[in-house]
Write a new protein. Structure first.
Length: 166
């Protein structure tokens, strides 16, 4: 289970929208098309390297763990930091469109600036994005396939069995 949470948290940092949009995201593509599209898009996505917690009530994201030898560690992010904004855009559902646009520019080598709250004080932390490690890429895609495609296939099989019983 810790791997699942880490993968989800890493995804939240790079693809901010799902963290803010709740369960609005739904993959409509066929499994193979989705796999191909995700691989192509994520292959060139920048990586921060943190595990996060999202507060259910406030939707604030806080750093739970910084991955060793990651861009986050090099930038000085620490466990307990609360993420407030990305490149000056507050991390709120109201800013979903701006944040979605920002993720398109988040490629390896680009520096993004997180506004964090640490010990009650806001500060700016520039993070030079790294390349997404292959094992993280595979975990993100695998998790997505399990959550969005295996569930659909299982539901379809269950419906077929129900029809057969009638």
């Amino acid at each position: 289970m810790p791997i699942v949470r880490m993968v989800a948290a890493l995804a939240l940092m790079i693809i901010v929208r799902p963290a803010l949009a709740g369960d609005k995201y739904s993959c409509k593509a066929e499994a193979q098309a989705c796999l191909d599209e995700m691989t192509a898009k994520l292959k060139n996505r920048g990586w921060v390297g943190i595990e996060m917690d999202v507060d259910e009530k406030t939707h604030l994201m806080s750093v739970k763990r910084v991955v060793e030898d990651s861009p986050a560690q090099a930038a000085g992010l620490k466990s307990g930091d609360v993420l407030v904004a990305l490149n000056g855009v507050k991390l709120t559902e109201e800013n979903e469109i701006q944040l979605s646009k920002a993720k398109e520019t988040m490629v390896p080598g680009v520096t993004v600036t997180y506004t964090i709250s640490r010990a009650g004080k806001d500060q700016q932390v520039p993070v030079k994005l790294g390349e997404l490690p292959p094992q993280v890429l595979y975990q993100w895609i695998g998790q997505h396939m399990l959550e969005h495609h295996a569930r659909v296939q299982l539901a379809a099989k269950t419906q077929d069995k129900d029809k057969d019983k009638k």
